[in-house]
Design a protein around this ligand. Structure first.
Ligand SMILES: Cc1cc2nc3c(=O)[nH]c(=O)nc-3n(C[C@H](O)[C@H](O)[C@H](O)COP(=O)(O)OP(=O)(O)OC[C@H]3O[C@@H](n4cnc5c(N)ncnc54)[C@H](O)[C@@H]3O)c2cc1C
Length: 379
């Protein structure tokens, strides 16, 4: 099927980066198309804690957070694999909301704003023909003046384009798995807990309604060591942390099976690839323990929307668009990603985690300082 329309902007990927970009671009009369390979609503692996820095921005998109009675999360609990526990106030705090809900509702908002959001359409390549981008998909060809990559942490597009992080050999930084459940449990409603275990950590915090999200990250090697069985890995490895044992054995699990993803990489990525802006996880992924990936995706879309508008109004050249986007992205996010990678290295190791927590426990301001380094200001 060949589409005759030439869109001003085609956005590949309808997660937080792509949908929020579409809503902002539609403040102007641009023809905007979002291609999403899945069907909304759907669950995705994510800890579902959003830092308060994104609150005002989401409301400015027309997403009425204040009316939703969402859990406010202002406490932080961290435990070492041996059970040592540190608890304190979160400097900025955040709120809990499931991706099932927020992604679906942002897709509706994007449609109301006039963007075309098509589901079940997977982009497979982008080729420039006479200055028009031809976006090849499993459902035919789309054409656009501009294409933006919002396709998340690891996409078929990355594989097709042989991006450097795909080609790198498996290391501690590029071969993680993520696992998520929704449960009913009696954990504190206003806290996000981060329970460490050997080569991994598990977050738990409340989302809307009476559900909690349990989401953990660990190495692919850990899963292989238990014959690929999540249950065996949880019972033999995660349960060594007494807080995780209590959480898993005393919660009611709402799904028969967890949702899972593999081959998660935290290596550096390009913010511009194939002459296209990359947004959100496609530009670089912060370690999940920072709870800041969603805010980076949203904030990145704000920078991109402003620059794309200037380009479409012929106020800047295409080279200036690419250059300024990379500059601003680096300035805002690269330090956070670096700190995230540093903390993640420590948290994977039982001995180091225990020492780290034992040393920091009497000094809450240092813990607050570290948390602040992984977060940004409202935008
Ligand atoms: C274990 C784990 C826990 C996390 N916990 C948190 C947390 O608590 N708080 C937080 O802020 N962040 C967290 N994150 C990070 C957060 O999930 C991401 O940073 C965020 O989702 C990035 O948004 P995005 O729009 O870039 O990508 P995504 O939300 O992944 O969206 C990308 C979209 O692109 C679509 N897509 C991919 N390829 C194609 C294609 N070829 N054609 C069409 N569509 C395509 C996908 O289906 C997807 O819908 C966590 C991440 C992990 C792995």
């Amino acid at each position: 099927m060949q589409q005759e329309t030439i869109y001003d902007v085609v956005i590949i990927g309808g997660g937080l980066a792509g949908l929020s970009l579409a809503i902002q671009l539609r403040r102007h009369p641009y023809k905007v198309l979002v291609l999403e390979k899945e069907q909304y609503p759907f669950h995705r692996v994510c800890g579902e804690y959003i830092s308060f820095e994104s609150w005002d921005f989401l409301e400015s998109l027309g997403y009425p957070l204040s009316e939703m009675n969402l859990p406010v999360i202002n406490h932080f609990i961290v435990t070492a694999p041996n059970g040592l526990k540190v608890e304190q106030l979160l400097p900025q705090g955040g709120f809990g909301i499931s991706r099932y809900k927020i992604d679906n509702e942002l897709a509706q908002l994007a449609r109301q704003a006039g963007a075309l959001v098509v589901e079940g359409v997977k982009a497979t390549d982008v080729v420039l023909v006479s200055n028009i981008n031809h976006i090849q998909t499993n459902q035919g060809l789309y054409k656009a003046k501009l294409v933006v990559g919002c396709f998340g942490k690891r996409s078929n597009m990355d594989v097709k384009w042989k991006r450097s992080f795909i080609n790198n050999k498996a290391t501690r930084l590029n071969n993680y798995i993520g696992v998520k459940y929704h449960v009913k449990t009696n954990q504190p409603q206003n806290a996000i807990a981060l329970h460490n275990f050997k080569d991994g950590y598990c977050g738990v915090s409340k989302v809307e309604g009476d559900e909690y999200c349990i989401c953990y990250l660990t190495t692919a090697a850990n899963l292989q060591a238990f014959g690929g069985s999540f249950k065996a890995m949880e019972e033999n490895l995660l349960y060594q942390n007494p807080h995780l044992k209590e959480l898993f054995t005393q919660s009611a699990f709402l799904w028969k099976e967890p949702i899972t993803i593999a081959q998660i990489s935290f290596q550096k990525k390009e913010m511009v690839y194939n002459n296209m802006l990359m947004l959100g996880d496609a530009a670089g992924m912060i370690a999940p323990l920072c709870g800041n990936g969603m805010s980076i995706a949203l904030h990145g879309s704000k920078i991109a929307a402003g620059l794309l508008h200037q380009y479409l109004q012929r106020k800047i050249t295409y080279n200036q668009l690419l250059y300024q986007y990379q500059q601003q992205w680096q300035q805002l996010f690269s330090r956070r990603l670096w700190v995230g990678r540093f903390i993640q290295r420590i948290f994977g190791k039982p001995f180091l985690t225990s020492i780290f927590l034992r040393l920091l426990k009497p000094f809450p301001p240092i813990i607050s300082f570290l948390i602040r380094q992984t977060h940004g200001k409202p935008f």
